[in-house]
Design a protein. Structure first.
Length: 525
């Protein structure tokens, strides 16, 4: 990692780097950090320069993955049966052709895939920031500052920039001008003037790069059309205030990834793929909305600014007052545990509500919950083993407590449909308390699909619902419906005979529409 484990992650509000400090949010270095209460992993600060090679190494580990750098998608045609794409290698101009079952446009803000489908973006442009990258050994020492990751500058002109360390070992920094007014050419940017204003005096640096970009607050009207899916900045572009952009895109990929894999493997059905947009678009809107609010927090400071740089008692009092307010208000964008990991899929067609009310979605507070739709919460099962280590490629049925009901009906229903499901008994007291019910069905992406205190009588319906083979209407009573009776011959009836009806429907679904039975062999990707 480029940020050493002993480097503090502090945020400081300053008039200039060599001027007054107005407020500070201490954030301890990684090595001294207590373990996160809600995650087996810790907060990491990592520039995309280093993150992309990590992703690349990970992707290369899979034998079926081929990476083609410097290759452009020129066009594609999607039909009911598959997708056919034309690509070109940029250096050699060599053209190629790819046949696939599906295409996922992760092609960024100007997504050609999205534009080809004539899918529009809802939202607005917030401004035109400038990024200036530079190397400045001893910047902190020269300015009399202790190691800090993020400086936010506030002068008579308001909150106008931030200076953040990219690589403390190699003295690499980035100055972001929050809004340079209108879209400029990078060549026309007066780097020296911006740097002087941020540092508070002239400074000789090695310039590494300049970029001008557009700060947007937009969400795509659709996330998918037929066999074409969109993910990442192609469907949501948000202000980096709050550090949510890539996190939101990775969330899209995690949600879509297991669903595509399930359909290609034959056990996922049609509603699984359509649940992608239903689950992820509301999260895109939520995150874009919050990031925009965090950006607006930067713009509201005009009172008292006239005195903020003064070396006087009035200036000191203004800085004290503003320091508290800045940490409280702008500081919100660094206190986002609820926003980062508290998202949940309400109204998902492939999660089965258990009737419990939703808890508040507070950006600063994370409420661990195994309510259907939520991310199954983390619990340490032993010193180095999180409950997360149980989740992965298939469904996991947790039996919580040694006396938890037997889950074999769900296992049988899953096996009949070739849905990968393993049952695990967990006796850890904290897990039992946190997960609240004795049986909890966790999806491959770690979200809870269903939970209950008794084995569902209609196990087939539960499995069909979570694999996208059955629409949810009229299935809010899937736990153990009240008024259930079991007759001597073992036939279970509820007042509306839900079980028999639903079983009939699910069998029909399997016979008629399941991709298991598709005669067409899967296409090569
Ligand atoms: C200043 C700033 C700070 C940020 N900080 C954070 C942060 O702290 N945390 C966070 O989570 N996010 C952050 N983000 C957001 C994050 O960078 C983006 O959300 C993320 O990079 C989007 O990833 P993506 O893969 O969807 O799109 P991109 O990163 O834009 O990648 C799209 C790729 O598709 C390629 N492409 C485009 N068209 C074609 C084509 N026709 N054929 C082939 N390839 C094509 C492009 O070359 C590019 O490589 C920040 C963004 C900015 C601007």
């Amino acid at each position: 990692m480029p940020v050493p484990p002993d480097y503090p992650l502090d945020v400081a509000f300053v008039t200039t780097l060599s001027g007054h400090e107005i407020g500070r949010m201490p954030r301890p270095p990684r090595m001294s950090e207590q373990p996160e209460p809600h995650s087996p992993t810790r907060l990491q600060v990592c520039s995309q320069m280093w993150f992309d090679p990590i992703l690349q190494r990970f992707a290369r580990r899979f034998p079926h993955v081929r990476l083609h750098y410097r290759t452009r998608l020129e066009s594609f045609v999607a039909s009911e049966n598959g997708v056919s794409a034309k690509v070109v290698e940029i250096e050699s101009s060599q053209r190629g052709h790819i046949e696939a079952d599906y295409i996922v446009g992760c092609d960024g803000a100007n997504s050609m895939v999205r534009r080809s489908l004539s899918i529009g973006l809802d939202g607005k442009t917030l401004g035109h920031p400038v990024h200036l990258y530079f190397r400045a050994p001893n910047l902190l020492e020269m300015c009399g500052r202790k190691p800090t990751t993020f400086f936010i500058t506030v002068d008579r002109g308001g909150v106008w920039s931030n200076v953040r360390v990219i690589d403390p070992v190699n003295a690499m920094w980035r100055l972001m001008v929050l809004d340079a007014g209108s879209a400029l050419d990078a060549e026309a940017v007066d780097r020296e003037a911006y740097l002087r204003r941020a540092v508070g005096r002239p400074l000789k640096v090695e310039w590494l790069g300049t970029s001008v970009w557009t700060r947007r607050s937009v969400v795509s009207q659709r996330y998918a059309k037929g066999r074409v899916f969109l993910a990442g900045d192609a469907v949501h572009q948000l202000s980096p205030t709050g550090a949510l952009g890539m996190n939101t895109g990775i969330g899209d990929a995690v949600d879509l990834g297991w669903k595509l894999a399930a359909v290609l493997a034959g056990w996922g059905d049609t509603d699984l793929l359509s649940s992608y947009e239903i689950e992820r678009r509301p999260i895109g809107m939520r995150n874009v909305g919050m990031a925009t609010e965090f950006y607006r927090d930067h713009q509201k400071w005009d009172d008292d600014l006239a005195f903020i740089e003064d070396d006087s008692a009035v200036g000191a009092e203004v800085r004290r007052r503003m320091g508290e307010a800045l940490v409280r208000d702008i500081g919100r964008m660094f206190r986002t545990i609820g926003l980062q990991i508290g998202y949940r899929y309400e109204n998902s067609p492939i999660c089965i509500p258990d009737g419990t009310p939703p808890y508040p979605d507070d950006p600063e507070i994370f409420v661990p919950s195994a309510r259907p739709g939520s991310r199954a919460p983390h619990v340490w099962l032993s010193e180095n083993r999180s409950i997360f280590d149980l989740y992965g490629r298939g469904f996991v049925l947790l039996r919580l407590g040694a006396d938890a009901p037997d889950g074999s009906r769900l296992e049988t229903a899953a096996a009949q449909r070739r849905v990968p499901l393993k049952t695990v008994t967990v006796t850890d007291r904290e897990a039992i308390q946190l997960y609240e019910k004795q049986l909890v069905l966790v999806r491959p992406d770690g979200h809870v699909a269903w939970r209950g205190d008794t084995t569902p009588l209609d196990a087939a319906t539960v499995i069909d619902r979570v694999r996208g083979a059955q629409r949810p209407s009229g299935f809010h009573t899937l736990g153990i419906p009240s008024g259930t009776t079991t007759s001597a011959n073992g036939t279970t009836r509820t007042s509306g005979d839900v079980r028999l009806e639903s079983e009939k429907r699910s069998r029909a679904d399997i016979e008629q529409t399941s991709p298991n039975d598709r005669s067409r062999p899967p296409k090569r990707t």
